[in-house]
Design a protein around this ligand. Structure first.
Ligand code: PRT
Ligand code: ZN
Length: 321
């Protein structure tokens, strides 16, 4: 074990040996990322973000083994990427320290942990909101209704920011789990926690009164990466963007009488302009274009009304703008 490893072994958290000088678990053998000529990315080891994080990388064409045998790191076979599996709460610190170059984690964790990291990309999964909730019959008009209340939460930094912004004095109680039961136990009059469907609040007789943060999974990176690592991150981002663009669009092909081409072309947003090819049938053409998913059905109806026939809609695998 070299000195570098020993220095980090005391600093980084392992789930079972937090800040232990004498722990020799695999966590403590993760050295600074700069020593490797590849990008090192941390994703959640298990939990709500694990599957989507793995899918994001695999959809980007990156091949690696899964962590079904509870391994802590793996190397991609076809891209200069090493994947480290961590608890989500530890990811911002590992990124700040430069032990990993990048990480995928909930924005709620990034804002709460207050580490020196930059958000490179919002990823569109792991969506949830951080809300204040009160017992369902408690009065609430505006944030000032929270004055003097005891509020239970695991997100004290985000909550304190919100209270300060609204000049509210409240008693913030930090608890690490099962926040929803705090009011029924008489520990607090309000809670501040993650809500997704709202069913947990409902089951505990609570109602959401204020949304403080809309969160989703984000890709974070250290404040400045070595140029070769930044270049690999840019390549990864390029692939993520190509997939996202493709998912948001459909490729559309149709036949139309030549006299309708002008009207139909006006309806097709396309990437530049539609491709128009003559059909073997005199007076007819085939038009090809790309249509954004969110306006797709409206455009389809208008195309039909404008005389398009034999309309085919095809999913796009990758789209580079
Ligand atoms: O083991 P590790 O520390 O890595 O994971 P964890 O247990 O701390 O986190 P995990 O896997 O539960 O969540 C990871 C991330 O997913 C969170 O940090 C959020 O960014 C995001 N996320 C999305 C959620 C939810 N949805 C969610 N519903 N995180 C937690 N919840 C919990 C919430 O705490 C509450 O208990 O689900 C309950 C509420 O859900 P509803 O649907 O009843 O409203
Ligand atoms: Zn966690």
């Amino acid at each position: 074990m070299n000195q570098f490893r020993i220095r980090f072994s005391a600093k980084l958290a392992c789930p079972t040996h937090v800040a232990s000088q004498f722990c020799f678990s695999q966590y403590h053998f993760i050295t600074r990322s700069t020593s490797l000529n590849m990008l090192r990315i941390a994703i959640q080891k298990s939990g709500r973000l694990f599957e989507d994080s793995v899918a994001l990388l695999r959809d980007a064409g990156i091949r690696f083994g899964n962590n079904s045998n509870r391994m802590l790191r793996t190397q991609a076979s076809n891209f200069p990427l090493e994947i480290i599996f961590l608890r989500d709460d530890d990811i911002p610190e590992y990124v700040e320290e430069g032990v990993v170059d990048a990480g995928i984690v909930g924005e709620n964790i990034v804002l709460e942990n207050q580490k020196n990291v930059r958000t490179v990309e919002r990823l569109g999964f792991g969506k949830c909101r951080l809300c204040i909730a009160l017992p369902k019959n408690a009065a609430y008009n505006n944030p000032q209704s929270l004055e003097g209340l005891r509020i239970a939460t695991s997100y004290t930094n985000i909550l304190n920011n919100f209270l300060q912004t609204h000049h509210i004095q409240a008693d913030v109680h930090q608890i690490s789990g099962a926040v929803e039961i705090a009011p029924s136990l008489g520990l607090a009059e309000a809670i501040f926690d993650i809500v997704s469907t709202g069913s947990t609040l409902l089951a505990n007789g609570l109602r959401e009164v204020e949304t403080v943060l809309e969160s989703e999974a984000v890709l974070i990176a250290g404040p400045s990466l070595p140029p070769d690592h930044q270049e690999i991150l840019d390549r990864l981002l390029f692939r993520i963007h190509a997939n996202r663009n493709a998912k948001g669009h459909r490729y559309i092909l149709m036949n139309a009488p030549n006299e309708q081409i002008g009207a139909i072309t006006k309806l097709l947003p396309g990437m530049k302009s539609p491709t128009i090819l003559p059909l073997a049938l005199e007076g007819w053409s085939s038009l090809h274009s790309v249509v954004p998913e969110d306006i797709f059905w409206d455009v389809l109806e208008q195309l039909k009304a404008a005389g398009a026939q034999g309309i085919l809609v095809v999913p796009i695998e990758r789209m580079i703008l």
